[in-house]
Design a protein around this ligand. Structure first.
Ligand code: NAD
Ligand code: LMR
Length: 448
């Protein structure tokens, strides 16, 4: 490994994930030496709480690190090598509406799927493109590793609006599922030693092959676990994992048993539950207390509570800050780009034949080999009729959302909602859309 040290900007400095990512960067210093970290956010107050606490932590644990935080794009994006982006346009208040408005109409409300995901997509596109433009203006050779949601819609918007940009969209769900599969099969080297094939869209895909490092086929064993308990047999309550341990996630990992049963040849992404069992999701949702409430009462309170505590005490000693071990995939990806490691990653990239019987312009999630010059896709061949049908429908939803955003088209957004497998009719789609427009005033482009 070269001796170069890297400068990293975390965009969405006030995110609940920022302390975990920042500490993880410190932990991974030997592999990925970082000598400068900048937090950037457009919400000074929210960022300041997280940044002041991290500043104390860095002073105590990495005094040599050049750390700063800012809301000024010039300061944030000048002289950097990587942008790690995790923004949430509209914060949890808007996520709550994305989830609750559809439920009022008997339709599921979810952060990235169905009507909620479409609403969030319409807010996110502008925010992510703005950050990409800042990076390209002030550090044209930098890479942006984006995991702001809804990744499928954001990735399609980047393909359409900034086709030559140095942005890579990546998701942590398959990473978590690979951790679970490695646990189920007692794979010694863990997730990193797995070789896999996978195809789909973001939050909408299937594993088709999983091998260990010696080439042993793990699919039969994984299928046995899926048939019994879904992903529950792979659950390990790792220290520092903030995201997938809440009650709602435990139900989702269990429900994967039924999702798997629809096509037992493949191993599904958990998010397919929203498209294959939308009626079940509505029946089991509490319209007054959704995932946004669970996160606001859980992770957000914990993270911001710990930050305030550190600031009040002036020390991070015994503060409950922990590195997000799970997020090391971000460092793996940055290393691959910086150090030309040519490792395999599941990325969201233009199809261009990687799935041969599917829209060439779709942003698909497929394995890629990553090195200093970016990524090379690994072809997944043809997908079966069932998946092809689902993919065609969902990719059209995502493309129509981006077209609606670009053109300011009410009609196209209505079509997108109508086409979503989570919404029963054009009439319901229209009613949901009209409420979402009202709630998203100031966030969405004006629709005509
Ligand atoms: P959060 O609300 O705690 O933090 C998001 C931060 O982004 C806030 O501080 C907000 O002020 C800031 N922000 C919003 N718009 C901005 C803009 N235009 N420019 C700069 N900053 C802006 O949210 P969170 O729960 O920590 O999640 C952050 C993001 O990460 C979300 O999009 C979430 O869906 C995503 N996420 C992705 C994955 C993945 O693997 N793809 C996993 C977990 C979370
Ligand atoms: C989160 O807030 O954790 C999300 O981004 C994903 C989830 O858990 O709903």
């Amino acid at each position: 490994m070269s001796k170069k040290s890297y400068a990293v900007t975390i965009a969405g400095g006030g995110s609940t994930f920022t302390p975990g990512i920042a500490l993880m960067l410190l932990e991974e210093h030997d592999r990925f030496p970082v000598d400068k970290v900048v937090f950037y956010d457009n919400n000074a107050e929210r960022q300041e709480t997280v940044a002041k606490a991290c500043e104390i932590y860095f002073r105590e644990h990495a005094p040599e690190l050049d750390f700063s935080y800012t809301t000024d794009p010039v300061e944030a994006f000048t002289g950097i090598d990587f942008v790690l982006a995790h923004i949430r346009v509209g914060l949890y208040a808007m996520r709550e509406l994305d989830e609750k408005i559809p439920l009022k109409h008997g339709v599921l409300g979810q952060e990235t799927c169905g009507a909620g995901g479409i609403a969030y997509g319409m807010r996110s596109i502008g925010g992510v493109i703005e950050i990409l433009d800042y990076m390209e203006k002030y550090s044209p050779n930098a890479w942006m590793l984006n995991y702001s949601n809804p990744a499928a819609i954001v990735a399609e918007a980047c393909r359409v609006l900034r086709p030559h940009s140095r942005i890579i969209n990546i998701c942590d769900m398959p990473i978590d599922l690979m951790d679970k599969m490695a646990t189920m099969c007692h794979v010694k080297g863990g997730r990193r030693s797995l070789q896999y094939s996978y195809y789909g869209l973001n939050h909408f895909g299937w594993f088709t092959k999983v091998y260990d490092s010696e080439g042993n086929d793990l699919m039969p064993e994984i299928k046995r676990h899926m048939a019994k308990n879904g992903y529950l047999d792979g659950i390990e309550h790792e220290e520092g994992r903030e995201q997938h341990i809440d009650e709602s996630w435990i139900y989702t990992f269990g429900k994967a048993k039924d999702v798997w049963a629809v096509d037992p040849e493949t191993i599904p992404n958990t998010y397919l539950k929203y498209y294959l069992f939308p009626d079940y999701v509505v029946e089991t949702s509490n319209p007054n207390y959704t995932r946004a409430n669970e996160v606001m009462d859980g992770r957000e309170k914990r993270v911001f509570g710990a930050c305030r505590d550190i600031i009040a005490k002036g020390t991070s000693e015994g503060c409950g800050f922990e590195a997000d071990a799970h997020a090391t995939y971000i460092v793996d990806l940055a290393c691959a780009l910086a150090e030309n490691t040519k490792e395999r990653f599941l990325l969201i990239v233009p199809n261009d034949g990687a799935v041969s019987n599917f829209d060439e312009t779709a942003m698909v999630e497929v394995p890629c080999i990553v090195g200093a010059n970016g990524y090379e896709k690994i072809c997944q061949g043809k997908v079966p009729q069932f998946q092809k049908g689902m993919l065609e429908q969902q990719v059209s939803v995502e493309k129509l959302v981006v077209q609606a955003w670009v053109e300011g088209s009410y009609q196209k957004l209505w079509q997108a909602l109508t086409l979503s497998a989570t919404i029963p009719s054009a009439q319901v789609a229209k009613e949901v859309l009209d409420d979402l427009i009202e709630a998203n005033k100031g966030y969405w482009p004006e629709l005509k």
